[in-house]
Design a protein around this ligand. Sequence first.
Ligand SMILES: NC(=O)c1ccc[n+]([C@@H]2O[C@H](COP(=O)([O-])OP(=O)(O)OC[C@H]3O[C@@H](n4cnc5c(N)ncnc54)[C@H](OP(=O)(O)O)[C@@H]3O)[C@@H](O)[C@H]2O)c1
Length: 372
Amino acid sequence: MKNKFAFIGHPIDLNHLYGLLGIWGKIAKRMPRDLLYKITLNFPPYKYCDIEIESLTKDIASGYALICPLLPYQVAFLEESVVIKKIIEVAKLAERLGAKIAVLGGFASIVGNEGEEVSKNVNIAVTSGNTYTACLAIEGIEKAAEKMDLDLSESVMAVIGATGDIGSICTKIFSKKVKKINIAARNEKRLNEFAEVIRDYGNCPIEVKRTRDAIKEADIILTVTSAVSVLIDPEDLKPGCVVCDVAIPANVAKEVVNIRNDVLVFEGGLARYPFMENTNSKKWKKVMPPNSVFGCLAEGILLTLEERFENYSLGRGNITEEKINEMFAIEKKHGFGVADFFCGYKLFNDEDIQRIKGNAFKKKEEVNVAKR
Ligand SMILES: NC(=O)c1ccc[n+]([C@@H]2O[C@H](COP(=O)([O-])OP(=O)(O)OC[C@H]3O[C@@H](n4cnc5c(N)ncnc54)[C@H](OP(=O)(O)O)[C@@H]3O)[C@@H](O)[C@H]2O)c1
């Protein structure tokens, strides 16, 4: 049997769940919410589809998308032990199907210390996929800043969810590149301790702020929280800023593209593989974002191509710069890279970005005139 990966995904929101349920989705739509939540809690995990991905080296990684029917809202508010038990059930299904590595997608990784608990209960490798997701967030921000003519060394950055697994390694790396970083999360004590660590690590000032204050003065925003609701009000964004929203579900409302035509907001942490156009499975496309693949899953695919069946990204705060660099090298070898910029279903091409820059310039002029 070929080496296989298994992606453990979950519905991102109710609409996504209805889509995944196919014809049953119509019935689910009419159900009272409480009943639907009870059903998803008791629904067994299932194999959604098979998939094969071809590398630039012509090697093939094949695997399965498995669905854990819990919604992010349930992951956040149910007892952690209940959620972990549910994810272990899916990881065991992955093992029975012959997968050699299970990738914990989105909210499946934030419980049980980023996969550590799940890994203790199965005999296959487990990864949260957070190392490659962080690589893609970094790559996306650098590319977006360049397109928006933002010089990193002159830019103020805000990281929302800075103490998290992905947020913390990104803060470390950008603390050597930008002018200043504002960090925000919920737990203030942890945030202040983390600020001390970063002050020793990088070369820029670090300020602990509330989310709203952190983003107001930022030219570059990375938002990577486990919040289940929208956190960033489009009205607070500075004209011409770049926002990389890695969170699933998103921290910035998708309507931002209709409200602010002077900022570049994109869904981050997403990859492209070299032969994207060969992926014709409609079912697969239904679980993936448009023309891209979740960074966590892409990590599982890359590890499968490398035959590295190990607990690569596991436990919160264990991602190092060395691992980030290793992942960048593996990405390059197999022809993977950061996905195109999009928000909701709006794809931004170079012309759109020029327009955003023009709108930002006008808005800044208006603000200057008003100040005089
Ligand atoms: N695009 C992809 O492929 C991909 C891959 C993996 C993960 N993700 C997504 O990335 C996000 C982060 O994952 P992670 O593994 O890094 O999570 P994590 O380690 O659990 O960290 C979450 C961070 O969010 C903060 N936070 C939670 N609620 C918040 C709120 N209301 N306001 C401000 N900060 C808040 C937490 O701070 P406290 O501890 O103080 O609450 C923590 O700093 C999740 O949404 C996940 O689904 C995406």
